[in-house]
Design a protein around this ligand. Structure first.
Ligand SMILES: [Zn+2]
Length: 371
C-alpha cells in the first residue's frame, strides 16, 4: 500500500512522512479511526514508507523488494497480530498457520474492511475472536527475535480492542521499553474501548473520514459513473470502505429491490415479507446495513422531492421512481417510513436479531402505507 492509493488526507500523510524525515518515529503508535475509514491502509502505507529502499519525499516506491513483500504481508520483519479463535497452547501454531494466509487475503481484498468483514473471510462467524494470551506470548517472542534483515522490526496489531486484559497486560512492558528499531503499530476502530494502559503508552495517529468530494473523485477515478459515485459518497459518511461496497452493488438492482419491497408492504404480502426478512438475515451485517442505508437515502430523497426542493444527482430510473413514490405517499407518510428505517438501523447496530428487526420494520411500514 502506498499513500497515493489512499484518497485525500494529505495533511496526515505529510505528518507521517515527516516523522521519518525528522528521525522522530515513535516506537508505539495507535492508528485510530471509524470502521470503513482508511485506518489500516494508512498504517500499511506508513510501514511501506518506513521500509522502502527507494522512497521519495512523499511516498514509498511501490516496487522495491520491501514494498513488494509488504504489499503481500510476507516481509519477515513484519509480524501480524489480529483477532482469531483462541486455542490451547499446543494448538496455537496450527491456528496461527491457518489464520495468517486468510488474514493476508482479507487485507489484499478489503483493506478498508473491519471486524465483520474479517470474521466472514475467516469463516468463523459463530466464534468469539480475540487477541489472546497466546498471541501476546507470540508478540513477546517476536520482540525478542533479531530483525531478520537488519532494519525495522514491526509488530502490526490490528484491532487491539479485541485484546483481553490479560493479553494487554502481558505486552505493557514491551510497549514501554522496546528494543531498538522495534515498532508497534496498533490499528483501532474503537478508541474508547481500549484500556487506558494501552492508550497512555502509544502515540495517537487520528485517521479522519474522507470528505464526500474525495470519495466521489476516487470512485470516478476507478471508473464508477458520476451519478453512482455521488450517491455512494453521500451514503458512506466518509467511509471509503462503505462507498466501495455501495458502488459495487448495481444501484438499479438496489432500487428495483426497494420498489418490490414497498409494493409487498402496500399489498400486505405477508408471505413475501417473511421470506424477504429471512433473506435479509442471511445477507451478512455489512450488506444489511447497506440495504437499510440505501432505503434511508432513497426515502430522504423522496422527502426532499415532496417538499418541492431540488434533488441531488440521481440516475433517470431512480429519479422517476422517487417522484412517483413521493407523490403517492405524501410527506407525512414518507417521514414516518423514514423514521422507521432509521430506527431499524439503530437496532441493527445494537446487534438486534436481523430477521425480527426487518420483519417488524416491514410490518410497521405496511401499517403506515395502508393507514
Ligand atoms: Zn519501495
Amino acid at each position: 500500500m502506498q499513500f497515493s492509493e489512499i484518497p485525500g488526507l494529505e495533511e496526515l500523510k505529510g505528518q507521517l512522512v515527516s516523522t521519518h524525515q525528522r528521525g522522530k518515529v515513535a516506537h508505539a503508535q495507535l492508528f485510530s479511526g471509524r470502521p470503513g475509514t482508511a485506518v489500516l491502509p494508512m498504517a500499511l502505507a506508513y510501514i511501506s514508507y518506513l521500509m522502502c529502499e527507494n522512497r521519495t519525499a512523499e511516498d514509498s516506491c511501490g516496487t522495491c523488494a520491501n514494498c513488494t513483500r509488504i504489499k503481500k504481508l510476507v516481509h519477515p520483519d513484519i509480524h501480524l497480530h489480529f483477532p482469531k479463535v483462541s486455542a490451547a497452547e499446543n494448538k496455537y501454531e496450527k491456528v496461527l498457520a491457518e489464520a495468517i494466509p486468510r488474514f493476508r487475503e482479507f487485507v489484499a481484498e478489503s483493506p478498508f474492511g473491519d471486524m465483520e468483514v474479517w470474521t466472514r473471510k475467516y469463516g468463523q462467524e459463530n466464534k468469539n475472536l480475540l487477541i489472546s494470551r497466546q498471541d501476546s506470548r507470540q508478540m513477546l517472542k517476536n520482540v525478542s527475535m533479531r530483525s531478520v534483515e537488519g532494519g525495522y522490526k514491526i509488530l502490526l496489531i490490528w484491532v487491539p480492542e479485541m485484546m483481553n486484559s490479560s493479553s494487554a497486560n502481558a505486552i505493557l512492558k514491551i510497549l514501554e521499553e522496546p528494543p531498538e528499531k522495534t515498532l508497534y503499530l496498533l490499528v483501532s476502530y474503537n478508541y474508547d474501548s481500549l484500556l487506558a494502559t494501552i492508550t497512555s503508552r502509544t502515540q495517537l495517529v487520528n485517521v479522519p473520514p474522507n470528505s464526500s468530494g474525495e470519495i466521489q473523485n476516487y470512485l470516478e477515478g476507478m471508473g464508477v459513473d458520476a451519478a453512482k459515485a455521488t450517491q455512494a459518497a453521500e451514503l458512506s459518511e466518509g467511509k471509503l470502505g462503505l462507498a466501495l461496497h455501495v458502488s459495487a452493488i448495481g444501484e438499479s438492482h438496489e432500487c428495483e429491490d426497494f420498489q418490490k419491497w414497498m409494493l409487498e408492504c402496500w399489498n400486505r404480502n405477508l408471505t413475501n415479507l417473511v421470506r424477504r426478512s429471512e433473506d435479509f438475515s442471511k445477507s451478512g451485517k455489512a450488506a444489511q446495513k447497506t440495504t437499510l442505508n440505501f432505503a434511508i437515502s432513497l426515502i430522504r430523497n423522496a422527502v426532499v422531492h415532496a417538499s418541492g426542493q431540488q434533488l441531488s444527482t440521481q440516475n433517470e430510473a431512480e429519479s422517476s421512481f422517487i417522484g412517483k413514490f413521493a407523490d403517492k405517499l405524501g410527506i407525512e407518510k414518507l417521514e414516518k417510513v423514514y423514521a422507521l428505517n432509521n430506527e431499524a438501523l439503530i437496532h441493527l447496530e445494537r446487534n438486534s436479531n436481523p430477521r425480527i428487526t426487518h420483519l417488524n420494520l416491514s410490518l410497521d411500514v405496511t401499517r403506515t402505507l395502508n393507514s
